[in-house]
Every structure is written in structure tokens, then in C-alpha cells.
Ligand binder design. Structure first.
Ligand code: CUA
Length: 342
């Protein structure tokens, strides 16, 4: 009996110490959404996570403490060659280790369902933004304002619902500070409901292995005041309107809309595909050893059939054909845009 009491007290002490230790190292990044909440916010993700952490610390102690206690207290003494005490089952123990975890599992199932219901609740005035994922970037469409962006700007304290789909493989939308993660699947639309509560720059990263540049599938997420958001929207609308006046401007808008920048930088940075900076008119080496001048014909062919002539160092290409996506005129506009990048 003495051993049970000692182990019981030690389990409680080690649980508290483990929890205090883990709590003090800030396991989670800052909470930046209503859904993330806080540990005192019943139904929020951080509240649920905190209780899971408590149970994890307890279960860890429940295994580690009796184990180390036995190592020390019941170790074999020098010269003792006798057999251990013979034991056969313990009905009370078996009932306890069946019923208690069962209660715990049901309790957490209830808490999880409660929390899920809470964070999936949609406001009537939620702002809708369309999200398109593709290898290897995110494109955001603001249907209310009619423009596309590779940055996600969100007004603080406004619930948004992201309607997400993918053009190729499965990706996963994840902003750690918002806590929520949602798969983005080709052929269907998944929803991501979030109410940002903390102004600041964040990053959406892809949380589903989707190809060679999966690690690089990160776009900026900016949570800002309503006033700054309105300014940004007005700027984007003006930029889009001005750009639509010229072929190269339209080409630039198309590059954003179709996510070209996910693989082709416009400043010389090496990404999954060749940079567009200074590429027009330049000589490039192909994977088969030939050298070719980048002209209209080569760019058109590369957009329609990316595998026809692969550039050395970027082969085999993971670029899909855009034959069904872009019209002849749109491709001409994109070429006009590429010509300006030097
Ligand atoms: Cu998209 Cu990983």
C-alpha cells in the first residue's frame, strides 16, 4: 500500500512538472484567430489542445513513474537468485484500465465535436475569398472586387470563408497562427472559416507533400486594419484597371491569376522553373544539350507543351500544359510582359 501512495503522489508531481515545463517553452506560435482562442476560451482550438496536453503529461507520468520506481525500489539485490513473486491477473486493475480510458476517450470525443462545431460556425456577413492551389503557389481571388492576388490580405476581426480548390494535386492550406488546416482537393471546393484577430504578417504554407517545390509553397498572409485593407483593395483595383489597358499589363495580371510566379520568378531568383527576368532574347541550354534563343515561338511552345523543349537544370519539368487555360491572345500578352522583365 505504501508503494501505491508513493507512486500516486509521484505521478501527480511529475504530471505537474511535465506540464509546467512544456507550457513554459511556448509550444504553439502566437494565436491570431478567434478559432484559435486561448486556453480559457471554452470550445476554441487552444482550449482543446491545452486539455490534450494535460492528459498527455498525465499518461506520460503514469507510464514513466511506475517504471523508474520499479527499477529502483524492486531491483535485484546482490546475491538474490530467488524467483520473483508469482502473480495471476488483477480484475480490479483490468476494469480500471478499461473503463477510465473509455471515459477519457468519450470526454475528448465530446470536446472535439463541441470545438469543431464552434469553429465551423459561419457569420452571416462573412467575406468570401476564392483560393486556388497549384504546384507551387497560392492564388487568391476577391470576387467582390474583381481582382487576383498572390498575397492574402485580410481585414482584422472580419470573418472570412475561403472557398478553396486545386488545379492539380492535393495541397493543404495551413497558417499555424490561425491553427486551422484544411486540405485543398482538385475537383471539389473545401471551406476554411477564419476570423483573424491579430494584425500582422503571417504565411500560408502547404502542409501536404505535393511535389519538388512543396517546401517553397508559401505565400504572404497579411492581417491588417479595415482601413488599410480598404486602401490595399483600392490599389489592387486601380493596378488591375491600369494594367488592363496594355498588352504587357494584361500579361502581368494573367501571370498572377494563373500562378506563374509560383515557379517563375521575375527578379532572377531561381525557383522550380527558369526565371523570366532577362530570359527573352537570351540563349538557353536545353536538357538535350542544344542551345536555343528564347523567342515567341519557344515561349508559345513551352506554354502549350512544356515537355517539348526542357531547359537544362529544370528537367524533367513538372509544368502542366496551359493549352486549355490560355487563349492565343493571352499567351501573346504574357510574352509582352516577359519582354519587359530586364
Ligand atoms: Cu502544395 Cu505541398
Amino acid at each position: 500500500m505504501r508503494h501505491y501512495v508513493t507512486v500516486g503522489i509521484l505521478v501527480i508531481v511529475v504530471t505537474i512538472l511535465t506540464y509546467a515545463g512544456l507550457y513554459s517553452v511556448d509550444l504553439l506560435p502566437v494565436a491570431a484567430s478567434l478559432q484559435a482562442g486561448s486556453i480559457n476560451d471554452v470550445g476554441s482550438i487552444d482550449w482543446l489542445w491545452n486539455w490534450e496536453l494535460v492528459v498527455m503529461c498525465f499518461l506520460f507520468s503514469l507510464i514513466a513513474v511506475p517504471m523508474f520506481y520499479s527499477f529502483v525500489v524492486f531491483r535485484r539485490r546482490k546475491g538474490d537468485t530467488s524467483d520473483g513473486e508469482h502473480m495471476e491477473g488483477n480484475t480490479n486493475l483490468e476494469i480500471a484500465w478499461t473503463v477510465l480510458p473509455l471515459i477519457l476517450v468519450f470526454a475528448f470525443a465530446y470536446m472535439g465535436a463541441y470545438s469543431l462545431g464552434d469553429i465551423r460556425r459561419m457569420d452571416l456577413d462573412a467575406m468570401s475569398i476564392k483560393v486556388r492551389a497549384q504546384q507551387f503557389t497560392w492564388t487568391f481571388e476577391y470576387p467582390e472586387y474583381g481582382f487576383f492576388s498572390n498575397e492574402l490580405h485580410l481585414p482584422v476581426d472580419q470573418q472570412v470563408v475561403l472557398k478553396m480548390t486545386s488545379t492539380d494535386v492535393i495541397h493543404s492550406f495551413w497558417v499555424p497562427e490561425f491553427r486551422i488546416k484544411q486540405d485543398v482537393v482538385p475537383g471539389r471546393i473545401t471551406e476554411y472559416i477564419v476570423t483573424p484577430t491579430l494584425i500582422g504578417p503571417y504565411e500560408v504554407r502547404c502542409a501536404e507533400l505535393c511535389g519538388t517545390s512543396h517546401y517553397n509553397m508559401e505565400n504572404a498572409v497579411i492581417v491588417e486594419s479595415r482601413a488599410n485593407f480598404d486602401i490595399w483593395v483600392a490599389e489592387q483595383v486601380a493596378i488591375a484597371a491600369a494594367a488592363a489597358q496594355t498588352p504587357e499589363g494584361q500579361g502581368q495580371l494573367l501571370a498572377v491569376k494563373n500562378g506563374c510566379s509560383g515557379c517563375h520568378s521575375v527578379d532572377g531568383t531561381r525557383l522550380t522553373g527558369p526565371t523570366w527576368f532577362g530570359i527573352y532574347g537570351a540563349d538557353v541550354e536545353l536538357a538535350d544539350g542544344r542551345t536555343i534563343v528564347v523567342d515567341d515561338a519557344f515561349i508559345i511552345e513551352s506554354i502549350l507543351d512544356p515537355k517539348a523543349k526542357e531547359v537544362a537544370g529544370f528537367s524533367p519539368t513538372s509544368m502542366p500544359t496551359y493549352a486549355t487555360v490560355l487563349t492565343e491572345e493571352e499567351i501573346a500578352n504574357i510574352i509582352a510582359y516577359i519582354k519587359t522583365l530586364r
